[in-house]
Design a protein around this ligand. Structure first.
Ligand SMILES: [Zn+2]
Length: 62
């Protein structure tokens, strides 16, 4: 699980925070297609401010 998330971080070019925890989740913004790291259930795109879906929508094999 950790390695898969680490690869996802590499894929989106965000690096790997040293304080990384299993509670970090990702969402892809439906409007601007950027990948967001969602913290503390704050489902808002940091790039364009749109609401993010509460269900997983980031699938690297899609
Ligand atoms: Zn966005």
């Amino acid at each position: 699980m950790r390695s898969a998330v680490a690869r996802a971080l590499d894929h989106v070019g965000l690096g790997r925070p040293s304080g990384f925890t299993h509670e970090v989740v990702f969402r892809r913004c439906p409007d601007c297609q950027e990948h967001n790291i969602v913290r503390e259930d704050d489902f808002v795109c940091v790039f364009c401010g749109s609401d993010l879906p509460e269900t997983w929508n980031v699938d690297p094999t899609a």
